[in-house]
Design a protein around this ligand. Sequence first.
Ligand SMILES: *[C@@H]1O[C@H](CO)[C@@H](O)[C@H](O)[C@H]1NC(C)=O
Ligand SMILES: *[C@@H]1O[C@H](CO)[C@@H](O)[C@H](O)[C@H]1NC(C)=O
Ligand SMILES: *[C@@H]1O[C@H](CO)[C@@H](O)[C@H](O)[C@H]1NC(C)=O
Length: 368
Amino acid sequence: MTRLVRFLLSLLLLQGVFSTTPLKRAFTPTVKNATVVGNAADPAINRDSCGSTRIGDRAFWTCRDSQPYDSNGIPILPIWASSASWSDFNGDGTPGLEQYGSGGGRNPYFPYTASECNDNSAGACSDGSRYAIWPDSPPLITSTVNNVVTAYTLSTNDPDPATSLYKLTYDLGTLDPNVLPTVTLVNEDFWLYGSIPYGAYGNVIEDDIAYLFGQPSNGVVSLAKVPVGSIEDQSQYQFWVNDAWTSSIPRINDANISIPNVSAGGQGTYYLSTYWNKWVWIGQAGISVSADFFITTADFITGPWESPVNFYSGQTGSYFLGAYSLQAHPGLNLDGTSTNEIHISYTKNDAFEDTSLYSTPLIHIQWN
Ligand SMILES: *[C@@H]1O[C@H](CO)[C@@H](O)[C@H](O)[C@H]1NC(C)=O
Ligand SMILES: *[C@@H]1O[C@H](CO)[C@@H](O)[C@H](O)[C@H]1NC(C)=O
Ligand SMILES: *[C@@H]1O[C@H](CO)[C@@H](O)[C@H](O)[C@H]1NC(C)=O
């Protein structure tokens, strides 16, 4: 025992004495086995861009544009800008594919205000523009107090509009499994027009701190943090600027807020892998209509991040949008992120009759 300890110590000393550059090896996850589990879907809704989070013993999904089907299975109007659903876990702990819930897309799940062209469920305005209140990331679960779950979502639409902060609450004792979390609008203009939409691009909680990533239309991803209990209080936010945390909010084009390689540029998901002891981002390249999944990892959320690598490519749909909204689902494993695996998904867009259908292939990745 003593000998082993001495050996390790001398090895460390040698490194310190002889190496001039840090002995840091690139960490490059590779896939051992990728299995397409199936289509994660609510059979009553044609919709895209779903993300999930764990609430209690179920998964909760929020999605973007959602439509009903006619009796021939063809999507029809109206469009709801968002919808939400539950899904269960199977007896063996694997995630169930069928989504359900009383929302059924029959209202926009994230409600519109009168100033957002709310006389229709898609937020379409008479001048041809649209308030697309779309969740880019699943809700951030901040607390369970007396069995009531509180979650937040920041929603935005392009380019650089104001960002609305929504609060979701759900009582884990609710008997009817179809009841969805209640949504309230905390602040329609939480991040002002022309500022960085922190939290819309990605979010993750560790040690009671919420880390919120923002990506405005210039494509630069930057980071803010706030104690989980203070999400609604802007004065409690700190921002990563010039390699340090600061209380003053940076401007959209500041040169010192970018974190190199913190993503591959497009939509995706952040989480902390407790198996790897690494921060992880999984998602897509900037402008992409293919199911090419990229991953990057870091020891610290502020970096340095590895260069993103393509680790898996799914089947692209036959319609012109092909594949998009690539996501990871750390909540779809009952053991959280403490195992060497992850579920990923994307929106697949396939031609059908005179229109197109959306599906959400769910893929189980086992890493080497
Ligand atoms: C890959 O995973 C599937 C499903 O989990 C399993 O049935 C199969 O045996 C695995 N294959 C390998 C080579 O591990
Ligand atoms: C960051 O850069 C902006 C200009 O791009 C500058 O105004 C600001 O002072 C810088 N902040 C820090 C903390 O260096
Ligand atoms: C990260 O990004 C920078 C700038 O884009 C690049 O030069 C570098 O090679 C990347 N990789 C790592 C591991 O830092």
